[in-house]
Design a protein around this ligand. Structure first.
Ligand SMILES: [Zn+2]
Ligand SMILES: [Zn+2]
Length: 308
């Protein structure tokens, strides 16, 4: 099953010809999810042949314009294009009132069910459960209330190795527990580790999106072992003071966070419009974390399977 990230916008603050404001389409377990919706996201969706109506869920990290100002236009266009399917928007507190006010003063109505779920959590919390995956929101450290999102596939059911059931005289309940990843405890208290009983299988994959944030080591536990970590990387080291003042990351700090969290791959995004070329940022990150990519608008990043 595909699990990938299509970057629609990899720029910070102001759009440029080559980098639009933050937005991504996540494809996971057959679902299409929009994460952030900066200005011109609807044009980017068209540019990269993404069907508006296939999006059932939107997650907004925070209400800075470069992550949010594209939302009212997109919601309106969905209506004008005849949407009838419900849409759910997860966003920080304030988003619903802002959209309602805009709709009121512009006499905008939508003919589909628009559900706002306002996020208000102070620790990692599962906010969305879907077919085959779940989404956890967690607070980031930024100049306004901001959340990161962790998309994680549900663990697949394991297959028993041949003859194990008979060898250990396993009951049906034993089999269910072992297939769900538990060890087997025999009547005499002996523990048979799960990997002795089950065949190797693919591990559930995960993707984390953190944009925008300053350096915060308290993120390490939630990001630990993530397959693909997308981190903002607004500045290079020459602007490290500015990065701290504005609650953003440098590429090197992003890479440090990725290394400390032991993630599989790092995807940098949210580059300041001052950079025409991002090789210097890439270089600073690679020196700390070798498996680093720099996001480009219109590029899709796959999250491949790995075996247990
Ligand atoms: Zn931003
Ligand atoms: Zn921001």
């Amino acid at each position: 099953m595909d699990f990938n990230v299509l970057v629609l916008g990899s720029g910070a603050a102001t759009p440029t010809f080559s980098r639009h404001c933050s937005a991504q389409i996540i494809t996971i377990c057959g679902s299409r999810i929009l994460v952030d919706c900066g200005e011109s996201t609807q044009n980017q969706l068209r540019q990269y042949h993404q069907k508006f109506q296939a999006i059932k869920t939107i997650f907004i990290s925070h209400l800075h314009g470069d992550h949010f100002f594209g939302l009212p236009g997109l919601l309106s266009t969905m209506h004008l294009c005849g949407r009838t399917e419900p849409l759910t928007v997860y966003a920080p507190v304030g988003a619903k009132a802002a959209i309602e006010l805009l709709f009121e003063v512009s006499a905008t109505k939508v003919n589909y069910e628009l559900n706002f779920v306002e996020i208000d959590v102070d620790q990692p919390t599962v906010i969305h459960q879907d077919k085959g995956f779940q989404v956890t929101a967690f607070p980031l450290h930024h100049s306004v209330t901001t959340y990161g999102f962790l998309f994680r596939e549900d663990p697949p059911l394991l297959n028993l190795r041949p003859k194990m059931r008979d060898q250990y005289e396993m009951t049906n309940d034993d089999c269910i527990r072992v297939k769900n990843g538990e060890d087997l405890v025999l009547a005499d208290g002996t523990v048979i580790p799960n990997d002795q009983l089950t065949l190797p299988c693919r591990l559930p994959r995960s993707y984390a999106y953190c944009c925008d944030t300053s350096f915060d080591e308290s993120l390490i536990p939630i990001l630990s072992g993530v397959d693909l970590l997308c981190l903002e990387s607004t500045f290079d080291n020459a602007f490290s003071t500015l990065a701290e003042e504005r609650c953003h990351l440098t590429a090197e700090k992003a890479a440090t966070l990725a290394a400390k969290a032991g993630v599989r791959q790092l995807l940098l995004t949210h580059f300041s419009a001052r950079y025409r070329e991002i090789e210097p940022l890439m270089g600073e990150a690679l020196a700390v974390f070798p498996d680093t990519l720099c996001a480009a608008d219109g590029t899709r990043y796959d999250i491949p399977y790995k075996l247990k």
